[in-house]
Design a protein around this ligand. Structure first.
Ligand SMILES: C[S@@+](CC[C@H](N)C(=O)[O-])C[C@H]1O[C@@H](n2cnc3c(N)ncnc32)[C@H](O)[C@@H]1O
Length: 246
């Protein structure tokens, strides 16, 4: 499956995928991803930020609330249509249709910060995307990205009930497999790419970045009081978030 075919799937699923989004982007983003991203982000007031693979745009809108000027790119026209509908005209977001693997229509070194939330595992050519992010950043600025945690979320991973011990286990399979797999709770399934953690780290280094920080998000005590069902996320990490410096 190539990038164009994968994006057709995103076009097909855009309405359903974004139906439960709220201003925080939905519960997993509110509980796990947003706290990690914003703790790594620092001040964005008056900064020019790229939201690479913006989807329905919730993160762009949160960034605008923090004073950023935002350019938001997605390769799914359907996602962009939804994003524009959900964005008030006073929010200064420039939505652009583009493939994160090749954003050559954007000039070099124009962004103070780039964020890509849950996109790199959806890209066939993640190495080119990392090179593009490096090219687009001003010197000494940061790229923050989150992905499904490749050590725990693998093809066929999931909770398994051990009846005799009356316990649940998280099953990891095919960790060293690199390639596409499908998320089966959609029809037709959404296509994802699995790579090992070392492949991601090697690609980051090859693109020229240094790794400044990394978070494996877990729910805070405070958030567990609000959403006790996230107790199971204290056993293994769904996501990993990197902060890279050019
Ligand atoms: C899991 S969603 C995340 C969306 C958004 N960042 C969020 O956190 O809600 C992945 C997004 O990446 C977009 N995408 C997939 N492949 C892309 C590509 N090659 N270039 C740009 N966007 C892409 C999809 O259209 C989709 O909107």
């Amino acid at each position: 499956m190539n990038t164009e075919q994968a994006i057709q799937r995103w076009n097909q699923h855009a309405e359903r995928y974004t139906a439960n989004y709220d201003e925080h982007g939905g519960i997993h983003r509110e509980v796990l991803l947003n706290p990690a991203i914003f703790s790594l982000l620092g001040e964005v007031d008056e900064k020019h930020v790229l939201d690479a693979g913006c989807g329905e745009g919730y993160l762009s809108r949160l960034l605008v609330k923090k004073g950023a000027t935002v350019t938001a790119v997605d390769f799914s026209q359907k996602m962009l249509d939804i994003a524009k509908k959900r964005t008030h005209s006073q929010d200064t977001i420039r939505f652009l249709h583009g493939n994160c693997e090749d954003l050559s229509f954007l000039a070099d070194e124009q962004f103070d910060c780039i964020i890509s939330n849950m996109v790199l595992q959806d890209l066939e050519d993640y190495r080119s995307a990392l090179h593009e992010m490096y090219r687009l950043l001003k010197p000494n600025s940061t790229f923050i990205f989150s992905i499904l945690h490749p050590c725990f979320v693998t093809p066929n991973s999931g909770w398994i009930r051990h009846e005799q011990l009356d316990q649940q286990y998280w099953r990891v399979q095919r960790y060293f497999y690199e390639g596409t797999y499908q998320q089966l709770d959609a029809d037709p399934p959404i296509v994802l790419y699995h790579r090992t953690l070392s492949s991601y780290v090697q690609a980051i280094i090859q693109a020229g970045f240094t790794i400044e920080n990394m978070i494996e998000p877990k729910p805070s005590q405070e958030i567990l009081e609000k959403y006790p069902q996230f107790e199971e996320d204290l056993h293994c990490a769904d996501f990993i978030v990197f902060k890279l410096r050019k």
